[in-house]
Write a protein that binds this ligand. Structure first.
Ligand code: SF4
Ligand code: SF4
Length: 371
């Protein structure tokens, strides 16, 4: 292939769509499985994304074709200018697709913030570990966490904002899945997302929580996990609550069984699986770091180069590696953007995966409804 053909080939596969921005590494909670827990992250690593870089970032992101931003943390609402960041995104015509939050910051919000949550954010995604207050509070290391988030969800719903629940599936609490869906339905929430606890660090530049595998569901509990998720799926269908369970239930056993081994769980699901995350998404750290995905180390910072250069050049070796069908050690425990990755693999080879395409169609149609 000539250099020109190679460049054309690359640009055809490269299409920046979304930015996932870690607007802060501060958090007020102490979740045992999280590298950003208040009592774990050293003071010098607690950083807010510099507000004076935000508008320039949005402009460049949009000029590169970016369409939507995800705002996360840490606890993103602890950024002192968080809602101004949301407002600027709105002004630049960039929808905030998700804000992930622990639901504790309602007291810092007034009418203007609720208006932005309704008009500029597609969904506020509140993390809940268990519908039982004492379990959720213990898991989050924050007394009164459940009371706060319940009030927060009620206020968001009353203001007309869209609310989703996200749940980390852990060894201790996976049995609450069906109860969680029931609880969410009672609060008027229309979507619940389940995500297995990751063994590795959730953030490429940070060491994993010590002994993190204690949160993973062990092999001997795998049948119980599948039963619990089956029941959660049944309850969700009964209440017309959408979930990611149609997809997750197919791969959750493989995910947990492959953790800590050299095996790659994607291989159990797809022949010649490819990861396309760094072809469409840029991850931005609180200090302006640019990551190819949340699990890999940063390739540069916005202080060192433009977003355009970092996106096109600094991230390219990662994409080249993946395009050759290779992976990284971190990929062994990756769940990053799994639904989008699966969809992309199906779209690239629909005939090879015809059975999966048909069986997963209802799931992807459901996702369109929850957006
Ligand atoms: S999981 Fe979320 S709420 Fe818990 S410590 Fe980490 S950033 Fe904070
Ligand atoms: S498969 Fe690897 S490169 Fe792709 S998102 Fe996961 S960790 Fe990142």
């Amino acid at each position: 292939m000539t250099p020109r053909q190679t460049a054309d080939h690359r640009s055809a596969r490269l299409s920046l769509k979304r930015a996932v921005v870690f607007v802060t590494t501060f958090c007020n909670f102490r979740c045992g499985f999280c590298e950003f827990a208040a009592d774990r992250l050293p003071r010098e690593r607690k950083i807010h994304f510099p507000f004076d870089r935000w508008e320039g970032f949005l402009r460049e992101f949009k000029a590169l074709g970016g369409r939507e931003v995800y705002l996360t943390g840490g606890e993103p609402l602890m950024h002192p200018r968080f809602w101004e960041m949301v407002e600027l995104a709105q002004r630049h015509g960039l929808p905030v697709h998700r804000v992930t939050t622990n639901g504790s910051m309602r007291a810092q919000m007034g009418a203007g913030e609720f208006r932005l949550a309704r008009e500029a954010v597609r969904a506020m995604q509140v993390s809940v570990d268990s519908p039982r207050a004492e379990e959720h509070d213990a898991s989050r290391g924050f007394t009164g966490a459940m009371e706060r988030l319940t009030e927060f969800i009620g206020a968001l719903r009353a203001e007309g904002a869209q609310v989703h629940i996200s749940n980390v599936l852990t060894r201790d609490l996976f049995r609450r899945s069906a109860e969680l869906v029931e609880w969410a339905h009672g609060l008027g929430v229309r979507h619940v997302n389940f995500q297995p606890c990751n063994w590795e660090s959730n953030y490429g530049d940070y060491d994993a929580v010590e002994d993190k595998e204690r949160f993973a569901v062990p092999d001997e509990e795998m049948d119980s996990l599948e039963i619990a998720l089956h029941e959660a799926h049944r309850v969700a269908r009964h209440h017309a609550v959408s979930t990611n369970l149609p997809l997750l239930r197919r791969w959750v056993r493989a995910f947990f069984e492959c953790q800590g081994t050299g095996e790659f769980f994607h291989d159990r699901l797809f022949a010649r699986f490819r990861c396309y995350v760094p072809h469409e998404t840029v991850y931005v750290g609180s200090a302006g770091e640019i990551f190819p995905c949340t699990l890999l180390r940063h390739v540069g910072t916005l202080a060192e180069g433009s977003l355009s250069d970092l996106w096109r050049d600094a991230m390219q070796p990662v994409r080249d590696h993946l395009d050759r069908g290779r992976f990284f050690r971190e990929c062994q425990s990756c769940y990053c953007d799994f639904p989008a990755n699966v969809r992309k693999n199906l779209q690239r080879h629909p005939l090879r995966h015809a059975g999966k395409v048909l069986s997963l169609l209802p799931y992807y149609m459901g996702r369109l409804r929850t957006h």
